[in-house]
Design a protein around this ligand. Structure first.
Ligand SMILES: Cc1ncc(COP(=O)(O)O)c(C=O)c1O
Length: 458
């Protein structure tokens, strides 16, 4: 008998209180925050689905590992345990620890970016795009067409469009220092990339002599999807699939706040000794000595242990099934969501749900605000607020206006998720009453973090 109930493959060991608020308290909190959910006090949030980054619960064994943290400035045993854990999955000779993913990106693009360069990716995450563009280089998204269609049921919607990549390489090979692939494709709905696609990207990179790097934040979730969905992969150990993915690449950037199962950390890894040397020089200027790079010894220990836990099949089965549980429930309620459901998050298609709100009036922001107001749920707009402002100051609608409900790892139970489903259904039933927003204050880059909004008059 196969039972249907998803059970969390862990018991609760210590608990954190969650604070209930009233709708009027939430309305005041929104006003104070300038209708930007990043500006809320976390205490005013009931269920925090803003991000899965650094928000997960660590295990008993990670907390125990932290006690082994050795804070020697150079050559700490914690560094060697971290290095061994990273290289067990990603056997790149050069591993450069950073305090989080964007630090790895900043260092790499400082070294290899610059004006006139172009860096293709299936879809650049916002910090990746910003770090590429900050050097004067161009960040180009080349995901397959299905990746732009929230309803297209492709098993690997994160795949790179090989024709467009091939065409770009043929035209501008000398301007392309690296090809990137993001696994899973966060900005495109948390969708996986297949092994077959990665192999083909590798072949194109070989043909043109361009290195291939992974933005590997959610590598274990991507590998689980490969095991579940790709022909001939169903019997493989996930760690083995991860090693094959690594073998196809020349390097990686990583935020350990996702599949590192830690609250902070990241790394940059690569094969090329010259690039590694130049990156380490920037690391010393910006992060720290190469055996700790912006992290405490205890953080290195938490990541080293987290990397063992993240490739556990029971964990990954629960992780992917529980995200699908939320997404499928919303779909069955008639709420438009990106399908198939991604690994770490459910993405509501706000442009479809709030079709009466123009993209430049930010339907994603309107929906995210409504979910908070109704049930204290914090989500994240991934759409025109996040991607609509271009370096030349022009604003255009993003490809999609999504609201991401990101699921922190091992943190919420099924009853929390049932509550989220109920709130989403309630808000969706009142979709026609929601109105758009305008931006009243905005920085020049990464505006979604700090912009302030005002509701449009009805
Ligand atoms: C795909 C992807 N790349 C890079 C990053 C940046 O990592 P960090 O937040 O650790 O700087 C993120 C964070 O959410 C991400 O999802």
């Amino acid at each position: 008998m196969t039972y249907q109930t998803i059970i969390e493959p862990f018991r609760i060991h210590s608990v954190e209180p969650m604070r209930m608020t009233t709708p009027s308290e939430r309305r005041s909190a929104l006003e104070v925050a300038g209708y930007n959910l990043f500006a809320l006090r976390a205490e005013d949030v009931l269920i925090d689905l803003l991000t899965d980054s650094g928000t997960g619960a660590m295990s008993r064994d990670q907390w125990a590992a932290i006690q082994h943290g050795d804070e020697s400035y150079a050559g700490s045993p914690s560094w060697f345990r971290f290095l061994a854990s990273v290289q067990e999955l990603f056997p790149f000779p050069h591993v450069i620890p950073t305090h989080q993913g964007r630090a790895a990106e900043k260092i790499l693009f400082n070294v290899i970016g610059g004006p006139g360069k172009v860096i293709p990716n299936n879809t650049h995450f916002d910090t990746t795009r910003a770090n590429v563009e900050a050097t004067g280089a161009e960040a180009l998204d080349l995901v397959i067409a299905e990746g732009h269609d929230p309803a297209a049921l492709h098993p690997f919607k994160g795949n790179m469009d090989l024709d467009r990549l091939g065409d770009l390489l043929a035209r501008r090979r000398d301007d392309i220092p690296v090809v990137f692939v993001t696994i899973t494709n966060n900005s495109g709905g948390g969708q996986p990339v297949s092994l077959a696609n990665l192999r083909s990207v590798r072949a194109l990179c070989d043909q043109y002599g361009v290195p291939l790097f992974l933005d590997a934040c959610r590598f274990a979730e991507n590998a689980w999807f490969i095991r579940e969905r790709e022909e001939g992969q169903g019997e493989r150990d996930v760690a083995d699939i991860v090693r094959e993915i690594a073998s196809l690449a020349d390097g990686m950037t990583m935020s350990a706040k996702k599949d590192g199962m830690a609250n902070i950390g990241g790394w940059l890894a690569m094969s090329d000794p010259d690039w590694a040397q130049r990156c380490r020089e920037v690391l010393i200027l910006t992060e720290g000595f190469p055996t700790y790079g912006g992290l405490a010894g205890r953080d290195l220990e938490a990541i080293a242990q987290g990397l063992h836990e993240v490739v556990d099949h029971d964990y990954l089965r629960y992780r992917i099934q529980s995200t699908a549980y939320l997404g499928e429930a919303l779909h069955e309620s008639g709420i438009p969501v990106v399908r198939p459901i991604g690994g770490h998050a459910v993405y509501i298609d706000a442009r479809a749900l709030l079709s009466h709100i123009e993209p430049l009036e930010y339907p994603g922001q309107a929906l995210a605000i409504a979910l908070y107001e109704a049930g204290g749920i914090r989500s994240c707009e991934i759409g025109t607020v996040m991607f609509g402002l271009h370096p030349d100051g022009t604003e255009v609608a993003a490809a999609l206006d999504l609201v991401r409900l990101a699921i922190p790892r091992r943190t919420y139970t099924q009853s929390h998720i049932d509550f989220v489903i109920e709130v989403c259904r309630d808000v969706a039933s009142r979709a026609k009453d929601l109105r758009g927003y305008r931006i009243v204050e905005s920085p020049k880059a990464l505006r979604h973090f700090t912009a302030r909004f005002a509701p449009l008059a009805t």
